[in-house]
Design a protein around this ligand. Structure first.
Ligand code: NAP
Length: 285
């Protein structure tokens, strides 16, 4: 991809550690080119604990904004002048806009997940959801679902205290459960949707699910959504599909959160579903 640089070109980037594997520069530059916007999107390694220093450097260097990934999403929260509702809800920032020396923090993860779910033909309102994991991604997914008038979300996590702490944020909808096979089977039996927010099965992560037999308890037709997008088909998705369940990976969530971030950076309204369809082949290749 060729990006034409002018003196007026505005700078954006993604920060993180590690970050060199990030797909954000590929996706954002493709969108900027498609929309004819005079921006460039770079990749900037920033070590843990350095978010505040980076923010001052970004202001000085005239950045229009940046995305943040591990380990900065929580550290950025107190550094923002203005926070959007989702960033406040998740206590985590993945998109920062710098304008007139003020910094605006957003989080597009939950909105990206919800839009991907709706695209997959699943409206979560009134439905029972079983969510595996209680880490950063699970927090955004669970709290976004809790806003959608779902019937219930059960958070199954290896470390029960983390599931409990997340559920305390919306106890009327969220409830904690363990991660042993009997619990997973019992929970799956009452689910309309199962979402994996753990890193089990992710490329480069150690190990995967030891026992996927809990999927056999899932009611017929209940979809399985895995936030993991590399590999495109995890063992969880393959087994779910083999059992006849609609199965979706995390690619469209990744793409939607990127589109919503670009809308914040540029103020340009984007036809998100059309843009996601356009971007998907870049990552499927
Ligand atoms: P995280 O904060 O590190 O949380 C990891 C979760 O996985 C925790 O709940 C952890 O349980 C669980 N886990 C890890 N190893 C386990 C094991 N051996 N057995 C049982 N549970 C285990 O990570 P994250 O940021 O939430 O990301 C989770 C996944 O979502 C990653 O694969 C990431 O790539 C994906 N993701 C995708 C998108 C997207 O746009 N599609 C966005 C964000 C994240 P404990 O609490 O017990 O440690």
């Amino acid at each position: 991809m060729q990006v034409e640089l002018k003196n007026t070109t505005k700078k954006l980037c993604v920060i993180g550690d590690p970050v060199l594997h990030s797909k954000s520069p590929l996706l954002q530059n493709a969108m900027l080119q498609a929309l004819g916007l005079d921006y460039i999107y770079l990749c900037q390694p920033v070590k843990a604990g350095e978010a505040a220093r980076w923010l001052e450097a970004a202001k000085t260097a005239g950045y229009a904004g940046f995305n943040a990934t591990m380990p900065h999403k929580e550290d950025l929260l107190p550094l923002m002048d203005v926070l959007d509702e989702d960033a406040r809800l998740y206590r985590s920032v993945n998109t920062v806009c710098i304008k007139d020396d003020k910094v605006y923090g957003y989080n597009t993860d939950g909105q990206g997940f919800l839009q991907a779910l709706l695209d997959a033909g699943f409206d979560p309102r009134g439905r029972r959801v079983v969510l595996l994991g209680a880490g950063g991604a699970a927090k955004a997914v669970a709290l976004k679902l809790a806003q959608q008038r779902v019937a219930s979300v059960t958070i199954c996590n290896r470390t029960l205290e983390k599931a409990q702490a997340l559920c305390d944020r919306a106890p009327e909808v969220l409830s904690p459960a363990g991660f042993d096979i009997d619990t997973l089977r019992a929970q799956a039996a009452g689910a309309d949707l199962l979402v994996n927010c753990t890193s089990l099965g992710m490329a480069g992560a150690k190990g995967g699910f030891e026992d996927l037999s809990f999927l056999e308890a899932l009611p017929a037709g209940a979809p399985v959504y895995d936030l993991i997008y590399a590999p495109a088909e995890t063992a969880l998705l393959a087994r779910a599909r083999a059992l006849g369940h609609p199965a979706f990976n995390g690619l469209s969530m990744l793409l939607y959160q990127a589109v919503f971030a670009l809308e914040h950076f540029t103020g340009v309204s984007i036809d998100a579903p059309a843009m996601v369809r356009r971007l998907a082949p870049l990552l499927e290749a």
